[in-house]
Write a protein that binds this ligand. Sequence first.
Ligand SMILES: Nc1ncnc2c1ncn2[C@@H]1O[C@H](COP(=O)(O)OP(=O)(O)OP(=O)(O)O)[C@@H](O)[C@H]1O
Ligand SMILES: [Mg+2]
Length: 297
Amino acid sequence: MTPTETRPFVDFDQVWLAYNEELLAKENFAVEDINLKVQQGEFIAIVGPSGCGKSTFMKLATGLKMPSRGRITIDGQPVTGPLKISGMAFQAPSLLPWRTTLDNVLLPLEIVEPYRQQFKDRRKEFEERARKLLESVGLGGMEKKFPWELSGGMQQRASICRALIHEPKMLLLDEPFGALDAFTREELWCTLRDLWEAQRFNVILVTHDLRESVFLADTVYCMSKSPGRFVVRREIPIPRTRDLEVTYTNEFTDIVHELRGHIGALRAPPRAGLTAVTPPGGQHQRPGEAGSTVFPQ
Ligand SMILES: Nc1ncnc2c1ncn2[C@@H]1O[C@H](COP(=O)(O)OP(=O)(O)OP(=O)(O)O)[C@@H](O)[C@H]1O
Ligand SMILES: [Mg+2]
């Protein structure tokens, strides 16, 4: 293998972030000592209790925030400002109500260089790209509709298309399906799975839903609360392509239970339990047993 093949796509090297100078002076960090290496095309999920620093991690990964300490390298480049190679989607789809679905999806191409300069000349081609993307997530024929004419699930599909229209190398999703009902959410898992399998961009997915993380990700990271740091890394060995049927298998539910054990331990005061967690059912692996890496505290 050449060095390029082994080089991680995302590399967080001892990254700490305090939100301002005052907090830094008090050593009050929102996230601390984040070490993370993500391979090209890998799909990772981050789970952890509310307020632990998941969104802060996302701001660091997109270059919206600079670390107080440590280094972040993405696609071989040190991160020094907002990244163009990423697309983002959040819990609220945040589509512009005065734009049609198609025009919402086209928005990043009107804003982000080099597309911005080319937008007028290449408009037809860009529209075709947007149509294809909408078609691939089941929104063919909805191009002319306004966001308020779409269901919540449809809006979220459109917002994922908007995040992917400039063909980013990295897709960042912060609780993208949190506001949806269980059936729609599972449908969108499959939509995301299919897009990822076709294009193999890197995905960082933040979610509270452990089933979602196990269904979609190659690797799941658990974050501890305040200050946030990664405390568990769990590879998901379930073969792809994964169908929803897999969520009813013992292998799947065992991993979900194991992760729930980790999260339960993280919520128990004070930093207790990492060595003595019995997940629901009692029979499952404990943190640190086969399959998980428990990072030093
Ligand atoms: N702009 C900010 N200024 C100061 N502190 C902040 C700021 N944004 C977040 N924080 C703090 O950083 C910590 C992590 O917040 P963050 O939003 O990353 O949590 P989270 O894991 O995304 O939570 P949730 O699951 O509820 O979305 C919290 O203690 C929060 O109060
Ligand atoms: Mg958040």
